[in-house]
Design a protein around this ligand. Structure first.
Ligand SMILES: *[C@@H]1O[C@H](CO)[C@@H](O)[C@H](O)[C@H]1NC(C)=O
Ligand SMILES: *[C@@H]1O[C@H](CO)[C@@H](O)[C@H](O)[C@H]1NC(C)=O
Ligand SMILES: *[C@@H]1O[C@H](CO)[C@@H](O)[C@H](O)[C@H]1NC(C)=O
Length: 578
């Protein structure tokens, strides 16, 4: 009897499940149908090419492309610096993997107390599919309550698809405000124009080629709520320009070096330990940040004398710190940024490359003159061309500095830049050695940074002058940062590999730490005494490799064009060796 009842119940459950499944199937179909029936023609125009699941979860967008498709991708990449063809085929609403630190997901923000934001996005000639993904990610990952509006400023793009405007109005009916500047005014003034239209208390500036991620906004707002002179920046992840994969970026402290390049240094020890708590960010990278509207305008927005782009992030960052504010990087907020291919140059003006370079140099000069005080000379020593450029009228900037009672640049160096000064000292001690690096066992051959295989150096016939070789690829410096550097490249050994690479210098020792043994003439890799290896020639391959150090091995003997023996004597004085 009992068994019969049990069987009956089981049967009913099975039948019920089947019905439930069929019902859901139908519901799903109905939902899809109702969506597709309201899909406007415009949507069809802009989303027709989308391939479902391509690039989902931020994975590399891979497919079985035909030769013709691959050519179309390459073509689009030549034109825009990223794979625009592929971008058109990835859903503007693709999913992303949640990369936040575990504890970020548990943080609770008082959404009702947080201020709402006006997102300001400026663009010039952005691809529609990329812009659309920026906007879609914003809409789907921003709490309704916190998003007052999106102000989209078109900075005089010569060609705008008129249908795009209509499409945006259809997709973002109540949140989006479009503002078109008929002639291009440049990044900074376009942002200010957008900010002037803003209604919310907090401005959130974004580039037009980003994807925001889950929970991105609240952590950026909370420090501003605490202190209204705070500017916050997210961790910037990378969207790959070739396959649009979403990759994890690292938390960092931003600076500029003594040639006004933006650089990033690792967190201070105590900051790393406190992760993911917000930490000081001396100089922001510039494209993505939140700031109180009132504070932004009290600081005068950007210097109106800065044109097109360049140094504006240095200006605003220095102004923030020196005039009573602060910048915090907030690791719980992550935004992906689509970086263009390294070699791709965007031209913002149609007046040609040299006129653009002049404008950027002028910006640099202005920022140095107003904010670096006597330290500007350090910059000018590396960039002498700046001293012959007219900076224009600086009276307004100097008045602002006075009015806001801003501190001198020395305060910034003393309080925020101790780690920076260790890596980029004010006074460079001399280098240890420079010139050609000549193999003593194959004296006709010198080390040459020209890459044979990707990132591998080679050996080539030596230039006649060993101290100042005519071939710059043969000019090597054993620097006071313990690098073996040629131009912007440094020798690097990865893990326990025997391969030697040339790679961008990072000034962090580690896999770019080199020394020279004046007695044995060996070029030695490695800081730690029991993990050192030596550079050895492979003349038959016209290459080099890493081997265990052997003072009797002639292939490990090298000669610099010039060596500073006095300095080399003290090479290990300030270096830990275990
Ligand atoms: C790609 O094409 C190859 C050969 O035609 C096939 O074996 C493979 O399954 C395809 N891969 C995908 C992801 O469609
Ligand atoms: C910050 O808040 C204080 C107190 O509410 C207010 O007086 C001040 O004007 C605000 N400053 C900025 C820059 O928002
Ligand atoms: C070096 O080793 C680490 C850990 O063993 C690994 O994660 C990394 O990918 C390796 N790097 C290279 C360039 O092989």
């Amino acid at each position: 009897m009992h068994q019969k009842n049990l069987l009956l119940v089981l049967l009913l459950v099975v039948i019920g499940s089947i019905f439930y499944y069929l019902y859901n199937l139908k519901l799903e179909r109905e939902q899809t149908e109702s969506v597709s029936s309201t899909t406007s023609q415009l949507q069809a125009v802009f989303e027709a090419k989308v391939i479902p699941q391509l690039g989902a979860l931020g994975r590399p967008a891979r497919g079985n492309w035909t030769a013709k498709q691959l050519e179309a991708m390459a073509q689009s990449q030549r034109e825009t610096g990223y794979n625009a063809w592929l971008s058109e085929r990835i859903s503007p609403e693709r999913t992303l993997y949640d990369m936040r630190h575990r504890s970020c997901k548990k943080l609770d923000y008082p959404a009702k107390k947080l201020p709402s934001v006006s997102v300001v996005i400026t663009y010039h000639n952005e691809e529609a599919s990329v812009l659309l993904r920026t906007l879609s990610s914003l809409r789907s990952r921003t709490p309704e309550l916190l998003l007052r509006e999106i102000i989209l400023v078109d900075d005089g793009s010569p060609t705008v698809d008129p249908k795009l405007k209509d499409f945006f109005q259809v997709k973002f009916p109540d949140k989006l405000r479009l503002h078109r500047l008929d002639t291009q005014v440049g990044l900074m003034q376009a942002r200010v124009a957008g900010a002037q239209l803003a209604l919310a208390d907090v401005l959130l500036f974004l580039d037009s080629h980003v994807e925001v991620t889950q929970g991105w906004l609240e952590p950026l707002l909370s420090p501003i709520l605490e202190n209204n002179k705070t500017c916050t920046t997210p961790i910037i992840d990378t969207i790959d320009y070739e396959n649009l994969a979403y990759r994890r970026g690292k938390p960092s402290r931003g600076f500029f070096d003594w040639e006004f390049n933006y650089i990033q240094l690792p967190l201070l020890k105590e900051e790393a330990v406190a992760m993911p708590a917000p930490h000081q960010n001396p100089i922001m990278s510039g494209g993505l940040f939140a700031i109180g509207r009132q504070w932004f305008f009290e600081l005068g927005g950007y210097d109106k004398g800065l044109k097109i782009w360049g140094a504006e992030q240095f200006e605003l960052s220095l102004k923030l710190w020196l005039c009573g504010g602060r910048i915090l990087e907030v690791p719980c907020s992550r935004i992906g940024h689509l970086y263009r291919e390294g070699s791709f140059k965007v031209h913002y003006t149609d007046k040609g490359k040299s006129s653009e370079e002049k404008l950027i140099s002028r910006n640099y000069r202005r920022v140095a003159e107003v904010w670096l005080d006597e330290y500007k000379d350090k910059l000018f020593a590396n960039m002498p061309h700046l001293t012959v450029i007219q900076a224009g009228n600086l009276a307004e900037q100097r008045q602002l500095k006075k009015r806001l009672n801003c501190k001198p640049f020395k305060w910034f160096l003393d309080n925020l830049a101790q780690d920076f000064l260790q890596v980029y000292p004010l006074k460079d001690p001399g280098d240890y050695a420079f010139g050609t690096l000549q193999s003593m066992s194959s004296p006709e051959l010198c080390l040459d940074r020209t890459e044979t295989e990707p990132s591998r150096p080679q050996l080539s016939p030596c230039s006649s002058d060993p101290t100042f070789p005519s071939k710059p690829e043969q000019q090597w410096v054993l620097t006071n940062r313990w690098e073996l550097r040629s131009g912007f490249r440094c020798l690097e050994v990865r893990n326990k590999s025997v391969d030697v690479h040339v790679y961008q210098c990072h000034r962090q020792k580690g896999n770019q730490f080199w020394s020279y043994d004046t007695k044995t003439h060996q070029i030695v890799f490695g800081q730690n005494a029991n993990a050192r290896r030596c550079l050895e020639v492979e003349p038959e391959k016209h290459g080099v490799t890493m081997r265990d150090c052997d003072p009797n091995q002639a292939k490990q003997r090298w000669k610099f064009g010039y060596q500073n023996n006095e300095r080399l004597k003290h090479f290990w004085d300030n270096v830990k060796t275990n």
